[in-house]
Structures are given as C-alpha cells and as structure tokens.
Design a protein around this ligand. Sequence first.
Ligand SMILES: Cc1cc2nc3c(=O)[nH]c(=O)nc-3n(C[C@H](O)[C@H](O)[C@H](O)COP(=O)(O)OP(=O)(O)OC[C@H]3O[C@@H](n4cnc5c(N)ncnc54)[C@H](O)[C@@H]3O)c2cc1C
Length: 385
Amino acid sequence: MSDARLKDLTAQARLVGQRHARSLESMGEDDAARAALAALADAGLLRWAVAADHGGAPPDGLAPSPADISVRALCALREELAYHSAMLDVMLVMQALGSLPIALGGNEELIRAVLPEVARGREVAAFAVTEEGAGSSLGEVATRAERSSDGWRLNGTKVFISNAGVATFYSLLARTSGEVGDGGRDSLTMFYLPASSRGLEIKRFCVMAPHPIGELVLADVKVSDSYRIGEVGDGLQLALDTLARCRNSVAAAAVGFSRRALDESLSHLKSREQFGRPLSTFQGLRFDLAEMDTRLRAAQLLVAEAAEALDNGQAATAEVARAKLYATENASWICDRAVQHFGGLGVKRGSVVERLYRETRALRIYEGTSEVQKLILARELLACD
Ligand SMILES: Cc1cc2nc3c(=O)[nH]c(=O)nc-3n(C[C@H](O)[C@H](O)[C@H](O)COP(=O)(O)OP(=O)(O)OC[C@H]3O[C@@H](n4cnc5c(N)ncnc54)[C@H](O)[C@@H]3O)c2cc1C
C-alpha cells in the first residue's frame, strides 16, 4: 500500500517536472520560484509539506501520525522533482522547512491560520536561522528579541535565507536571553515573522545556481507574543527538530540530481562517436557508468533506510547523517563524471549536466555541512556528546 502510494507520488511529481521544468529555466529567479510554487500547488503536492491534521495530505499510512508529515513522501517527491528541476524541488521543501516549526510548537491559532495556507501555496514559507556568526554552530545566534509592552522587538541580521523576498513569512530564531557563546540551549526562541513586518529589509544576492536567497535585516521589528513559536528558550530545539525531519530529503534531492546525471551520461555515451565508435564502447567510460550507478543505488538505499526509520518514529540520527553525507558528496562526484563524459559540451552554459554540476554543490553545505554530518555520525558511533 505505502509503496504503491510512493510510486503514485513519484508519477505525479514526474508529470509536474515534465510539464514545467523547461519553462521555469527560462524565467528570472523570482518568477520561476512563484511559478514553481503555483505548479506544485495545482498538482496538490504542497500538501505533503504539511501534516494531515493541519490541512495537509490526508493520512494514508505513510506519515507516522496525522499530526506529522511523511519523510518518505517528502523524499520521493524531492528525488523526482530534483531530477527535473531544482526550482520545483526547493519550492516544495521550503514549505516544509519553514512551516514545521509552527507545526511542532505554534499555538492553535497560528497553526490554523498558517498551515492550511502553506499546503495550498497561498502562504510561502522560509526558515531563518543562519547568521554571519552562527552557521554550523547555531547556538551562536545573536539576533535579539527583547520584550516590549506589546510583544517583542527584533534586531539583527540573518544570512543565506532561502526564499528571502519570495516568502510571505519567516520562522525565525532569535536570542531572548543570555549571551552569544552560551550554546543557545535555553536562550533562543522561534518567532513567526510576516514578510510585511515594518523594519524588515531584504537584501538579495545570487548563488552559483538559481535559488531565491538573501539576507534579512531586522531593525526594531515588532512581533506580537502570539507569533512566538513554542516556549521562550525552546527555539534551538525547535530548529534542530525541524532540521532532523527535513535533512534526509536533502539527500533525496541529491539522488534525483545524480539519477538525472547518470541518465544524461548513458544517452550521450551511446550516441556520441569518437575514434569511429560510440563512446559507450570504451571500457574506461563503462567503468565510470558502473561506479556512478553503484554510488547512486547506495545513496538511494541509505535515503530509504533513514526515511523509513523516521516515519517509524525513530530519531534515526546516524541513518540521516550517513544518507546526507553519502548522497550529497556522491551527487557532486556523479555530476562531475557526467560533465566529463560530455567533454566541452559539459561545461557549456545551458547544458543539463553543467546545470546539475552547479545545482548539486550547495547540498553539501546547507542543513548541516558534510563535516557536521561526519561529527554527528562519529558521535553516534562513539555514543558520546
Ligand atoms: C544555497 C543555500 C541555502 C541556504 N538556505 C538556508 C535557509 O533557508 N535558512 C537558513 O537559516 N540557512 C540557510 N543556509 C545556510 C546554511 O545552513 C549554512 O551555510 C551552513 O549551515 C554552514 O554554515 P556556514 O556557511 O556559516 O559555514 P561554517 O559553519 O562557517 O563552516 C565553514 C566550513 O567549516 C566546516 N566546519 C564548521 N565547523 C566544523 C567543525 N566543528 N568541525 C569540522 N569542520 C567544521 C564546515 O563544514 C565548512 O566546511 C543556506 C546555505 C546555502 C549555501
């Protein structure tokens, strides 16, 4: 039943990808982001970013409970969307990443007002935790939220925020007590921040592949206490719980990019002739294909293992770290081999493998770098802090 449902979801994502990927590539970043979101909403796929209880996809045995999202569904969708279009992929996952803190810790009113709209694509979500001094070490967050007579007043700067300028709200981590350097365990709190808030300025910049991203500069931004997500001091845990739920899907996206790169290599090596014969007849290139396939399959199995464990209610810390590390590092390797197989065409702007090569790179950095995944995995293996 579940496997059939996952296949069905993959088929739906394939249709969306086939229908929209090409036109998205020809648009500017913001237009592409909004068009991708609309396409996903029309196909009903955004509902998989939100739990059934909160207006998301109906319970069907995939999610651990109607109050939770299914990691297997999210992974199946991301793998297939990434195969076709990085923009479709990122717009799906940002709805989950930006709204999960609300699902996990928001009050009833906030949940009812925001989450069903996220599932419909009318609210566009973003997750704002990173700062110049707080990247891998999230506890170093310095953005301040200070109590005021009518709620909170926020000051600080967030960097590398996906969907900055496109989002209608940000789930934002701020310091409500203590000092930078205290680890952030009880001193950080999450807030729902509407994009229309006075004093919020967005500064956009570009990364190496199309991806709506920028900085948030907060100057005396007022937020009502009803927009606080979770208890005061619980913010870091909420952020980590959100990442724990979404991180495996980064690995799934890496698998999608890798699968596309392998398919591109296969068809090019069969059709391109040099030295009077197809490139696919050369043993050195055949060895490459075999290794690409093996690494891809291993990544797929690691993603599936971690997703199933998460949907069974396990923490799956080691499984997720393993999957993210292996799938994203190997996606870069697989896409690099594909570029090599295309020769000069592989680096020509506009070729599929050139695009994949750029699109896979950031996956080794966001939601926990590869080095951080190694630290997590080693800690699990050693059973220490
Ligand atoms: C495309 C993109 C989208 C992003 N989207 C978002 C978003 O939507 N929301 C958000 O909040 N953030 C987002 N980020 C930020 C991302 O999560 C951070 O870039 C990431 O956590 C790494 O932090 P950093 O860039 O500060 O690198 P640093 O933490 O400064 O790390 C630099 C290098 O040092 C290594 N390193 C750090 N600590 C250790 C250690 N203890 N041991 C060994 N090596 C270590 C790292 O692995 C890395 O190689 C995004 C980033 C990118 C590139």
